[in-house]
Design a protein around this ligand. Structure first.
Ligand code: MEV
Length: 327
């Protein structure tokens, strides 16, 4: 018998990249989840398998053995997961073996926080299997540490939203604040199908900031101002203003070099089809864009994204963060 846990993916509505430098971001958990099943083993090995990726590794005394799939890929994908399982076992205080099986409905390397969702689901499942009653704060801390292997300077926004769910205002120094968003936020997500590395995208912004500090600093302040105005628009349920602010946010992201042609096509197509606003979400450079539209325009926007070469899908916000599915 084992434990199955899950954690949601996310879309960043405002503030990605700038959040790495201490600015606020608004992020929403969506109804696409990563699942992890944890089971006891009779030996002391940790066995990790991803059904979707066709990869598996076993770990003993922190040494990796690739059991299935491309070794480089397996190491890259499982390193953060292995770190998280290692931290849970350290806290447990006993060297025990576990099997972990991961299944995810979140597109990989697409800006929707799939790696954080996987790590949070695994941490939740393994700690529950060992009856540790781990508080969500600890799950978040472990997932945040693991995220540092994915790119060196994460803001923590991805593990926070996957752990706690809902809609959060996130800032590195103050942490997260749940936002009460009563309104439905009708979003179409458009996947460019272009996989990219968050690490590379974060480095691009760092280079830009180092090269042109006087130019990029005011862009950071503008990003903060956009978030503050968005908070106000949320309170008033003012979707039109939110859409306009998304377009402004996209202009800043383009400016710091993290948009690309595949995203711009979809963003322009969505705007032409009547979206109130559209922008990339997450790290950019490919991955996903989001479009906000009134309900009656959602279908039109979705079709336009498809015609422009993207893979559109609707996403609903979800209040539930990490959760146990069954034991
Ligand atoms: C990635 O989902 C969001 C970034 O802002 C990186 C981070 O916050 O760690 C690009």
């Amino acid at each position: 018998m084992g434990v199955v846990a899950s954690a949601p993916a996310k879309v960043i509505l405002f503030g990605e990249h700038f959040v790495v430098y201490g600015e606020p971001a608004i992020v929403l958990a969506i109804d696409k989840r990563a699942y992890a099943k944890a089971e006891n083993r009779t030996d002391k090995r940790v066995f990790l398998r991803s059904t979707n990726l066709g990869l598996a590794v076993s770990v003993e005394n922190r040494s990796f053995k690739v059991e299935q799939g491309d070794p480089r890929e397996a190491k890259l994908k499982f390193e953060p997961v292995e770190l998280a399982v290692g931290r849970v076992l350290e806290k447990y205080g006993e060297n025990v073996g576990v099997n972990v099986e991961i299944t995810s409905t979140v597109p990989v390397a697409a800006g929707l926080g799939s790696s954080a969702a996987v790590v949070v689901a695994v941490t939740t499942a393994v700690s529950a299997l060992l009856d540790m009653n781990m508080p969500k704060e600890d799950i978040f801390k472990i997932a945040y540490e693991a995220e540092k292997l994915v790119h060196g300077t994460p803001s923590g926004v991805d593990p926070a939203i996957s752990t706690f769910g809902g809609t959060l205002l996130y800032q590195m120094d103050t942490g997260f604040k749940p936002l009460e968003v009563k309104a439905d936020i009708p979003l179409v997500i458009g996947d460019t199908g272009v996989e990219r590395s968050t690490r590379v995208q974060v480095e691009k912004v760092r280079d830009m900031k180092e090269r042109y500090p006087q130019v990029v600093q005011p862009m950071m302040s503008a990003a903060r101002e956009i978030v503050l105005r968005a908070l106000d628009a949320f309170k008033k349920n003012d979707l039109e203003t939110l859409g306009g602010l998304m377009n402004l946010n996209q202009a800043l992201l383009y400016g710091v070099g993290v948009s690309d042609e595949s995203l711009e096509w979809l963003i322009n197509a969505a705007r032409k089809a009547g979206a109130l606003g559209a922008k990339l979400t997450g790290a950019g450079g490919g991955g996903c864009m989001i479009a906000l539209a009134n309900n009656e325009k959602l279908e039109q926007v979705s079709e336009a994204i498809q015609r422009a070469g993207g893979r559109p899908f609707m996403a609903r916000k979800t209040d539930e963060g990490a959760r146990i599915e069954h034991t």
